[in-house]
Design a protein around this ligand. Structure first.
Ligand code: NAP
Length: 195
């Protein structure tokens, strides 16, 4: 029986990097992904020295990332996988004039919507043949009334993630476990988490 491989999409910093640390501490194999060049990730040497970690530099919003991400599939050798879709661009996309900053709006959707599409394009066949789990790191902003009024694409992209995964849960029946995690604000004093 092959052991499960954890594929963390958005592993270079923040929660994704914490998940890498946590998996490696437990002796689990990890493939991390992100746009950041590996030499810019402070802990990467330590992660690599475990012999359990590989990194793939890819911008999942780019169509060309599909070919790059296929190298992750080649590293799995038939093992079940747990794909954690953690990548997001968390930025306000409403300007002081009350209008959308359309470039920021698009870049958030490039990661949250196009990026998810590309990840599914690469991994669906593998997941359905070898089994495993797909975890979406979502946010309470996918379902609470809009807060603050300065973010449009971010909550919308999380609502897209939620509904895509809920629909896939039905499509894939019980063959692949789907988990959606709705986080509240993380990091810094006064953090709060919603399970
Ligand atoms: N922070 C919060 O308070 C909060 C609250 C609710 C939910 N969440 C959710 O929790 C998750 C982690 O949040 P965080 O605060 O740790 O975010 P973060 O520090 O901004 O990290 C986001 C990760 O996504 C990666 N990423 C972004 N765009 C990408 C792209 N196009 N291609 C590949 N990787 C990409 C980034 O790597 P590169 O820059 O190297 O590409 C980075 O590793 C996110 O999904 C977020 O929506 C966070």
């Amino acid at each position: 029986m092959h052991s499960r491989i954890y594929i963390i999409v958005g592993a270079s910093q923040g929660l994704g990097a914490s998940l890498v640390r946590e998996c490696l501490n437990r002796g689990l194999k990890v493939i991390g992904m992100g746009r950041t060049r590996e030499e810019k990730i402070g802990e990467i040497e330590k992660w690599r020295n475990t012999g359990l970690f590989n990194y793939i530099q890819a911008d999942i919003g780019e169509p060309s990332s599909v070919d790059i991400m296929k190298s992750a599939v080649n590293m799995c050798y038939g093992s079940p996988v747990c794909i954690i879709f953690n990548a997001a661009v968390i930025e306000p996309d409403v300007g002081h004039d009350g209008c959308l900053k359309i470039d920021v709006f698009k870049s958030i959707n490039r990661t949250g919507v196009d990026g998810l599409n590309h990840v599914l394009q690469v991994f669906e066949k593998y997941l359905t043949s070898h089994g495993g789990m797909l975890v979406g790191i979502s946010s309470i902003s996918a379902w609470v009334p809009p807060i603050g009024g300065n973010k449009v694409a971010y909550p919308a992209s999380k609502a897209y993630l939620d509904m895509a995964l809920r629909s896939l849960r039905q499509l894939w029946d019980r063959r692949i476990h789907i988990m959606i995690v709705h986080l509240g604000h993380i990091g810094g004093a006064g953090s709060w988490l919603v399970p």
